[in-house]
Design a protein around this ligand. Structure first.
Ligand code: 9MG
Length: 276
């Protein structure tokens, strides 16, 4: 299984690890300071050293409750990092954005993959993604980050997510983004309560049937706090590793994580014992 991302091809013959690089004020100061760019690039390169195949760069938080940021600020945060990183790594560079203008500019600066938590539903996003030639991760989200956790509601979460992703895949293909460029993602924690998240993890094989490689992002998410007690995000590594390994045994081909080295070990073991 392969994923085409412009002139790069990601071989998914073993699970790929996508390392998270947030360039938001909670991780760095705000606004493209030289030291911040340098630190972000060093962090990206160390994730690649640790075994990341993809670095996912985001300048707008998508956490529950997060407010949107405007395009100029998002560009100011992400572009200098992409430009500085591109010549220094062969890893796939992913831009985590929902904005068509950011997609275009990020790909012109060297991004290979668009990670869109809204599944290319913003006006103009489909056309922008098609033009770039980049790979695309289509994620499911019910609602918007600011309010999505207030009352998530499904008739059957797995079937509803599957129907949404089916529709987005077909829409992409019609817009000129072939299946070989697509990844799908159920969007753990995005408009989902604990029961929804657990059902998705348990029934991942129903989403594998869609065809494109499946990405799972569970790293440090609050679903673990709901299950295990109110442990802080940075102490959720064991739970995150367990869930990533389970996801891989159930068919995930990519995992989006904060802790690359530990996850690399966990998913490599899980991969060896998956059902053929
Ligand atoms: C940006 N972001 C935060 N969580 C995510 C997840 O689970 N999947 C994807 N694709 N992106 C995410």
């Amino acid at each position: 299984m392969k994923l085409i991302c412009r002139d790069r091809t990601l071989d998914l013959g073993r699970p790929a690890v996508m390392g998270v690089l947030n360039v938001t004020p909670d991780s760095f100061s705000d606004g493209g300071e030289h030291d911040d760019i340098d630190r972000a690039v060093r962090r990206a390169l160390s994730m690649v050293e640790e075994g990341a195949d993809i670095v996912d760069i985001g300048g707008e938080s998508t956490r529950p409750g997060a407010e949107p940021v405007d395009e100029a600020l998002e560009l100011e945060r992400v572009l200098p990092v992409i430009e500085a990183l591109r010549p220094r790594t062969g890893a796939v560079i992913s831009i985590d954005t929902v904005k068509p203008g950011v997609m275009r500019a990020a790909c012109a600066a060297g991004a290979d993959l668009i990670n869109d938590v809204r599944g290319l539903r913003e006006p103009g996003a489909l056309a922008a993604a098609a033009e770039t030639g980049a790979g695309v991760c289509l994620m499911h989200m019910q609602g918007r980050p600011r309010t999505m956790q207030s009352s998530p509601n499904y008739s059957d979460v797995v079937l509803d997510v599957r129907d949404f992703l089916t529709e987005r895949i077909e829409t992409c293909v019609r817009a000129g983004i072939p299946r070989e460029r697509l990844v799908v993602d159920p969007g753990f924690g995005f408009g989902k309560n604990l029961a929804h998240n657990l059902a998705l993890l348990r029934r991942l094989p129903e989403l594998v049937e869609l065809g494109p490689p499946l990405l799972v992002g569970v790293s440090r998410k609050s679903m673990f706090a709901h299950l295990l007690g109110d442990i802080p995000a940075k102490e959720r590594l064991p739970a995150s590793l367990a869930a990533a390994a389970i996801a891989v045994t159930r068919g995930a081909r990519l995992v989006r994580v904060h802790d690359v080295a530990a996850t690399r070990q966990a998913v490599d073991i899980a991969w060896e014992v998956r059902d053929p």
